[in-house]
Design a protein around this ligand. Structure first.
Ligand code: BGC
Length: 499
């Protein structure tokens, strides 16, 4: 059988593409890596509004909140508080770049285990934190944890999944991020009533870390990663386990491309800057950058803060966040079902348009309801309208930029630059998250409802970008992906034709 025969528009991979129980279980276990990231996103958003937590570490914010009758947009504007949240992202950025080097020795699975252990240590430090230094140290460890796992897990899923269903398997990562966020939100709702509840919320991050680490120890590494590290016999075993039978064609394909990658024998961080990899480099930067500019983390980190400041009480703020979480989760499931049928571009376009409209209307509602200076009291009805719009927004994100920003970078890179490309992508994701979360509360305070318009404009830009520059990648085996660039109206001029 010809290795890697395929068609770009329909889909014929020439490989055994059966979904076996083994591939499903392996990928569920791996995707649970998303739990770590999701749990942290949800927990930090909630904990930073807990009174006992603020009293212990950030008492000045409580004093501000008490005097905040004047302007709803500025209550939580504190650089120290945002530094606490975003210190994780700087550490994660460093870790993801480091992960690219370490995968050569440890494989994808090894990186996941390493990430799980670091996250576990960070969670323990945070749970027992007595001062800001401990708090930040814990967050840096958590950052290393998610830097490693976010780098390795999406690639693991893409390499393990049968090409025809890679989209559905890939969305698993975002699904677990969503579960993590939701679990954390529910937990915060309970722990907010206990004086040391913040310790529980932060400390219980050891649970997702333990689940993933233990699970990762039980699964085998991806055939691709094993072949890359010269472990062909183990790769055959891993492939037989997940595909069932008929694995020789796929194995031969992996070996062929691994040898080509090795023959190039170059420093991957240099290689990716070659002209022939221009589309890959651009996507590895643009996709995560744009994902963050959807404004999702305003909602994810600060949904409770936001709801509280637009008039919900502190309990109802958490309930609002939970509702958002459920909507998000359901919409990720929707994407799992349609992504391999309608393709990535369709989801990008639909989700983009939906999110753009929602952000624009949120801006308009806030402008009218709270007044352009933010001093008018927002009615319950308007608060609920904002919540409904945010739910619509979250569902648009959940079936487009959420899962796709992890899936696309994990599937577009050829083997020789795959880990580097994915590392760049995670690093850009974290760097952008850092800058945006560091500036969002100040931006909300100064731009007021205009902050939401800012994101609406970016969503319009990224939707146009996808329309013109993002080729469809559904169903195409990873090692045959070069053809989508060759055929692309713009990127075709950069890539070197494959024999
Ligand atoms: C994003 C995060 C975001 C999360 C929300 C992820 O895909 O990278 O920044 O907080 O989705 O569920």
């Amino acid at each position: 059988m010809a290795t890697g025969s395929f068609a770009v528009d329909g889909h014929v991979s020439g490989f055994n593409e059966r979904i076996t129980a083994s591939v499903v279980i392996t990928c569920i276990v791996a995707a649970s890596g998303g739990l770590l990231f999701g749990y942290d996103i949800g927990i930090s958003g909630g904990v930073t509004t807990m009174k006992s937590f603020l009293q212990k570490f950030f008492p000045s914010i409580l004093r501000n909140a008490a005097n905040a009758k004047t302007n709803i947009y500025c209550v939580y504007d504190s650089q120290v508080l945002t530094a606490f949240t975003s210190s994780l992202y700087i550490a994660g950025l460093a870790a993801s770049l480091l992960a690219s080097r370490l995968t050569a020795a440890l494989g994808r699975k090894g990186i996941m285990v390493l990430g799980g252990c670091t996250f576990l240590a960070g969670a323990a430090i945070n749970g027992f934190a007595e001062n800001i230094a401990m708090l930040i140290l814990g967050r840096i460890m958590l950052g290393f944890g998610v830097g490693f796992t976010n780098q390795a897990t999406p690639v693991f899923l893409s390499e393990m999944a049968p090409p025809k269903w890679r989209g559905a398997f890939g969305t698993g990562f975002q699904f677990f991020i969503g579960i993590g966020v939701l679990t954390a939100n529910c937990l915060n709702y309970g722990t907010a009533r206990i004086s040391w509840g913040w310790r529980l919320s932060l400390g219980l991050a050891v649970v997702p870390a333990a689940i993933m680490t233990f699970g990762a120890l039980l699964i085998s590494d991806t055939p691709s990663s094993l072949v890359e590290r010269g472990k062909v016999a183990q790769a055959r075993k891993s492939l037989s386990r997940v595909r069932g039978s008929d694995v020789e064609a796929e194995l031969a394909d992996l070996i062929k491309y691994s040898e080509m990658a090795k023959a190039a024998d170059q420093e991957p961080f240099k290689t990716i800057f070659e002209r022939q990899y221009r589309p890959h480099l651009v996507m590895s930067i643009a996709i995560p950058f744009f994902q963050q500019l959807t404004g999702i983390n305003i909602i994810a980190f600060y949904a409770p803060v936001l709801f509280q400041s637009v008039g919900f009480g502190s309990d109802s703020a958490l309930i609002a966040a939970i509702i958002l979480g459920v909507v998000n989760l359901c919409s990720i499931l929707v994407s799992s079902f349609v992504i391999d049928r309608y393709g990535r571009r369709f989801l990008f376009m639909e989700g983009g348009i939906q999110m753009c409209i929602c952000q624009a209307i949120v801006a308009a509602v806030l402008a009218v309801a709270a007044g352009t200076s933010g001093t008018k009291h927002i009615s319950k009805g308007d608060s609920i309208l904002v919540l409904v719009l945010m739910c619509l927004y979250a569902s648009g994100f959940g079936w487009s930029w959420g899962p796709l920003s992890w899936l696309i970078p994990s599937e577009i890179f050829p083997m020789e630059i795959r880990t580097t490309g994915q590392s760049i992508s995670v690093a850009v994701n974290f760097a952008t998250t850092f800058v945006l979360s560091q500036t969002f509360l100040a931006m909300l305070c100064h731009f007021k409802f205009g902050a939401f318009l800012f994101y609406a404009c970016w969503i319009a830009v990224m939707t146009i970008f996808v329309y013109f520059f993002m080729p469809e990648t559904k169903g195409i085996p990873l090692n045959s992906m070069y053809a989508v660039w060759e055929k692309h109206w713009y990127w075709g001029r950069f890539v070197r034709r494959q024999p």
